[in-house]
Design a protein around this ligand. Structure first.
Ligand code: ADP
Ligand code: ZN
Length: 442
């Protein structure tokens, strides 16, 4: 397959040259932040570091980390590095794990972010001949604006659908012959299901690719979506704090996401000790924005757990690849003392032939955790007898026990009875009212 790039000279830059570029940008960036962000200058002063101590990437480890707690403390403008009049936009996190964070963008920052999304769109095999349906939410959430901007840069015909209104999504997808679908993987699965219900077969749509991200999804889910829509499904990763989607994206190899290293320097650290780990180790992903102006975070701890690889990629891109995040360090549930990631449950469901529509409900009764998993049956999985359903529930619970080490109570529920999210799926309802360690003041 012919490889095409949006910015070939950068995307295929030899690694040595790339590292030099990163070092040059970092030196400037540290000075910029030190001069303009008193909050960050204080952190550096406390550690006894000055910008002169940072001569290149090899000195990065000397700088302090920034955490989500720092961002919350600095809310809303405490980390702004340019005069507000130079900013053209804000976005905000979806608040999955607490108080929202507000990120600021200059026009330069918007441009570089949209370039990153354009790289992802071209890597998914698209060009100005394509029709790009953006079904990520628009507004404060970064998904809609990011892919929208990338689509414009590539020159696709952009359908700015935003999320929701599934009937209209399907109508425009069909009537305007959308070839690329961009949304969360859970919404892609929902759209696929709705298309099937309306009698459409995978070959009835003109879609060839999908760019899905903003939440964890498994390889099994990828296969399901690909089969149901007749497309290739590509992963895309990002977070509001660093700009939005497009920090990393998958290429034709669908084997890890290339990090846009000319803009974002990635490290993997041990989340407990903060020690920088060698390439190939699993740990927490940390990003440094190398050339953002308004909201340039240095050594920002994402809390996403993954692995980096510098192994050459057949697509020709030289930028380092990250694995799918294996759940956030704070996504992890502790149930009866055992660590459980929702993605493990999804893996079991898809392996056993169930839909990825599920919800975990946790409660605490007499000091014991209750652990229930509601799973939707596919329309063709209905069992006529109550006994049949009970047997299916037991078998599924046993498969989950094998994966997790603890026993959930499984409830098979009728198709479409779990509320669908148009953005990020709500997988966990935790009623245990445990103390939120983020809020604990000691
Ligand atoms: P919030 O932290 O409120 O959800 P964001 O909307 O900025 O705010 O979400 C960023 C987070 O979404 C990332 O830190 C990561 O945990 C998750 N995420 C984004 N893209 C992906 C992806 N492709 N796979 C798994 N998780 C992802
Ligand atoms: Zn590649």
């Amino acid at each position: 397959m012919e490889q095409r790039y949006y910015q070939p000279e950068i995307e295929t830059m030899p690694v040595e040259q790339l590292k030099k570029l990163q070092s040059e940008k970092l030196v400037k960036q540290v000075q910029h932040v030190y001069d303009n962000v008193p909050y960050y200058r204080n952190l550096m002063d406390e550690k006894g570091i000055t910008p002169a101590d940072i001569k290149g990437i090899e000195d990065l480890h000397k700088l302090p980390f920034l955490t989500k707690a720092d961002l919350r403390e600095a809310y809303p403008t405490g980390l702004l590095a340019v005069p507000q009049k130079d900013c053209v936009r804000i976005h905000s996190t979806s608040g999955t794990t607490g108080r929202r964070v507000v990120a600021f963008y200059t026009q330069h920052d918007v441009d570089l972010w949209e370039d990153c999304c354009a790289r992802a769109i071209v890597a998914a095999g698209c060009s100005n001949e394509d029709v790009c349906q953006v079904a990520y939410g628009y507004g404060l959430f970064t998904g809609g604006s990011g892919l929208h901007g990338g689509s414009h840069k590539v020159g696709c015909l952009t359908l700015p659908m935003s999320s929701g209104n599934t009937e209209r999504q399907i109508q425009f997808m069909m009537d305007l012959n959308a070839t690329l679908l961009c949304c969360t993987p859970s919404y892609a699965a929902y759209l696929a299901e709705s298309l099937k219900e309306q009698g459409y077969k995978p070959e009835d749509n003109k879609l060839k690719a999908g760019i899905f991200g903003a939440e964890p999804w498994t390889e099994e889910m990828r296969r399901n979506i690909q089969d149901a829509l007749g497309i290739k499904a590509y992963d895309i990763y990002g977070l509001t704090e660093t700009s939005g989607p497009g920090v990393a994206f998958e290429c034709s190899q669908q084997n890890g996401m290339h990090i846009n290293e000319d803009h974002f320097y990635a490290e993997i650290i041990d989340p407990d000790t903060g020690e920088v780990l060698p390439e190939g180790s699993k740990g927490e992903l940390v990003f440094t924005s190398l050339d953002k102006e308004a909201f340039p975070l240095l050594r920002y701890r994402t809390r996403d757990i993954c692995v980096l690889s510098r192994k050459p990629c057949a697509c020709g891109r030289t930028h380092i690849r990250m694995s799918k995040p294996m759940g956030r360090s704070d996504d992890m549930l502790i149930i009866r003392g055992v660590n459980v990631f929702p993605s493990q449950i999804e893996t079991v469901l898809l392996k056993e032939g169930y839909s990825p529509n599920y919800q975990i409900v946790l409660d605490r009764v007499n000091n014991n955790d209750t652990f229930d998993v509601n799973v939707e049956l596919n329309p063709d999985q209905f069992s006529d007898t109550v006994g049949g359903v009970t047997k299916q529930e037991k078998a599924l619970a046993a498969a989950m026990k094998t994966m997790l080490g603890i026993n959930p109570t499984v409830h098979l529920v009728s198709p479409k009875s779990i509320v669908r999210s148009e953005g990020k799926a709500v997988r966990v309802i935790d009623k245990r009212k445990l103390i939120d360690s983020n809020q604990w003041k000691g």
